[in-house]
Design a protein around this ligand. Sequence first.
Ligand code: BGC
Length: 659
Amino acid sequence: MDVKTIIEKMTLEEKAAFCAGKDFWHLGGIEEFHIPETMVTDGPHGLRKQAREADHLGLNESVKAVCFPAGCALACSFDPELAREMGAELGKLAQAEDVSVVLGPAMNIKRSPLCGRNFEYYSEDPLLSARMAAGAVKGTQSQDVGTSPKHFLANNQEYYRMSSNSVVDEQTMREIYLASFEEMVKEAKPWTIMCSYNRVNGTYACENQEYLTDVLRDEWGFDGYVMTDWGALDDPVESLKAGLDLGMPGPMPDNAKRIVDAVKDGSLDEGVIDTAVERILNIVLKYVENHKKDAAYDFEAGHETARRIETESAVLLKNEDGILPLQEKENVLFIGEYAKKPRYQGGGSSHINPWKISSVWDEIGTMEHVSWTQGYTDSSRDHNGEAYLREAVELAKKADKAVIFCGLPEIYETEGVDRKKLDMPENQNTLIRAVSEVQPNTIVVLHNGSAVTMPWIDSVKAVLELYLGGEASGLAAADLLYGKANPSGRLAETFPLRLEDTPTYPYYGVEKDDIPYREGRLVGYRYYNTVRKPVLYPFGHGLSYTTFGYADLRLDKIEMTDGDELTVTVDVTNTGKTAGKEVVQLYVQNPSLHEVRPLRELRGFRKIFLEPGETKKVEFRLRKRAFAEWNPSMHDWFVPAGCYHIEICANAQEVLLEV
Ligand code: BGC
């Protein structure tokens, strides 16, 4: 029976109840038409399937699942193909666990490094964010399981996340916050979208017709269903009218009744609810008809994939004198709790019950020349801080090299709470300083979900940023530290020198009702570059154990109109002795006209593998949008006439070649 016929046979009450969810994680079934209840569950970097008595804070245990690198790490791979692979793993486990939609990817823009949920999100740059998300969506959906990219829209802080009002001008909204979703929606066609708790320019995201209908559906062609974030529904009738389809979690008998009453008193057209039911049913049937009942999940293979993804995502931030990779014959002292108990995921609704956790010590602890000491503790109840520190310093004096595993404790970054500072715990900073004073070959390995300050940066030789690298992050760390793998991650966000330098510093986390996005489009590197502010490490930065040379940047035309396509090619050569991957980054430098426009913007990137001595020609095709800005008077994309520089860059600040 087709969906329209089913809807014709449903009563108004049944339809209203269907749009209000069945329970915490389920949509209702329709027995008469043999449509079963279907489950949706978190995401985004592993499956968090809880038993029926669910609580979304993650207090109840969920099924074992492979915990993949969180969005903060994955994005640094600059490789949408890896995101696709990770998405496919999620889809496979979802099939085995009979989950119809995985709630993710989480893809809000990192407007401030203080956002408590940045560890789940990808980037400060909308192009990178959209492309990584598109990969993840395609991967999961390739397994006939839906996705729910979230949280639509302008949900960039945790402070008062359920009620705050993001006040964003039209141009900023289009170029930064909508752009992060746009290419993903158009390219990857997600089955659903999750709208956020907050208000957007005065109207709750769930009731916002402009974004849910005019932009998402009419402009971008989204044809799935929109569901609320958990508990975000305020007015069920207004939401339906605006383009929302499903309120979660269920059951919401009061909401269903309000919908029925509204149809009866003529304030809601029954056709609106029919449309919502149709959109939901289309997706439910797409899942049910393709559900693989005997699907089984290969956890060992998933763990290996998690390891590979993290290996390609970790970012080598500093490597003075080629101190890394370590040699097996060197006496290396490993310091820190995270070497044995890595911090590999964040807190909140994305908290995975990991299948197994591999630490770096599991991998290298049996090697002949390595030793370990505690160094610090991230438990506030442990009073041995001084003793740990003294022991670490004494042992470090005798080693050839010291590797300190440190970062942010979980309570520092979690859903629902923003950070107050960018600093790591003082006991860790003190430890790094003390060890590097006696040991010139000190290496720091970081575990954190967002940028941190590094007051000790000049006294250490190397820094490897693992981010929150998933359950196999220790294996990836071992491979990278000992040179079995060559680092190829690049920062998907800027690391500022100090909190005071960040674009939103004066007002982020201060206001709780109206949140004006005063910095406009100058988010992340767009700000630091434009106002010429030095940073600790720029967006796009990352080192390798080999070197790359760039030559022969060519454009197929140097004059064009906004209807033309520009082909750009550049030759990239591995000029070192180690095979490795390079992220080729193309930015467009905008003409300096009368108004403030970001100095340069990422318009293309490609990750390539090169053997030593090998050269590859990399091609980019740029269309209108690579040059356009949103014109608020025209309400459209517009390319101001002028001279644009095509730049191939090492990162957002360092231009290698330009035309
Ligand atoms: C989070 C969502 C999550 C949902 C269900 C909400 O609190 O914001 O990202 O998908 O809970 O757990």
